[in-house]
Ligand binder design. Sequence first.
Ligand code: UDP
Ligand code: MG
Length: 306
Amino acid sequence: MLSVIIPAYNEEEVLEEFYGRITSALDKIDMPYELVFVNDGSRDRTLPILEDICRQDERAVVIDLSRNFGKEIAVSAGIDFAKGDAVVIIDADLQDPPELIPDLIAQWRNGYDNVYARRTSRDGESVLKKLTSYLFYRVIGRMTNIDIPADTGDFRLLSRRAVDALKQLPERNRFMKGLYSWIGYPSIAVEYRRDPRHAGQTKWNYWKLWNFALEGITSFTEVPLKLASYIGGFIAFAAFCFGIYIIVDTLFYGNEVKGYPSLIVTVLFLGGIQLIFIGILGEYLGRAFAEAKQRPLYFVNKVVKK
Ligand code: UDP
Ligand code: MG
């Protein structure tokens, strides 16, 4: 059986269209399937629409989370719930074409555990978003040992053993794109064109994207922490040399108490560097704190099924 996980947060405008397209795409495959909708604390009519769908279609089920937890956790909830031998994760807004699912299944049958969809184009997204996303994948690619494929989102198919591996990862800070790669197993890309959103609004803004990038970096690399030691070491060394120079200079030529500019520049520079690295420490410490609390990832309000 195939399980399809659909996280949905305020998607009232697209769900009916989505349901129509996904069922017509899936009816062409020779496999039974279930649709696992995760309602991530939507404030619009998403839940009633999904309940309606479940009333008519016994293949559909809604997991209604107790509040909005964010897409990564909504997907994790769906993964915990999915029973299929293969699991597809797809957005509700039709940016990921359901018609690609048969291609994903074909590669899964070829023996791949992680079949991810790679977008060759992204229509309807701003140049700035494309640029920042491009840079993010390049930067994180340089900083980590694991291979996070560029230009892929969550749209993918995972085999049962990949799903079981994901379920064993206990972290609270779930940077899913990294986790999919971290578990390993044979993976392959299937290419597609990313369409603009069918209707409704993206839930991302640049502040959220920035935090998402921080999440990815802090979850998968300690390079920023190392940077602190290296830059700190370099500055300490430079300061030491400068100190020797000052001492020698004073011994030979005396001191007339000049040098306010160099003094203030040094003080400000060191202060700034220290604040930056205290900030980086804080980012890691905050996440370590979240992990230490060991809170459950999510709570389910109710599960609706025919
Ligand atoms: N989503 C979610 N919880 C959230 C935000 C988004 O479940 O807090 C879902 C949303 O309903 C959609 C998918 O995640 O199905 C992708 O969201 P969106 O289209 O806003 O992201 P983008 O495509 O712009 O990256
Ligand atoms: Mg979208």
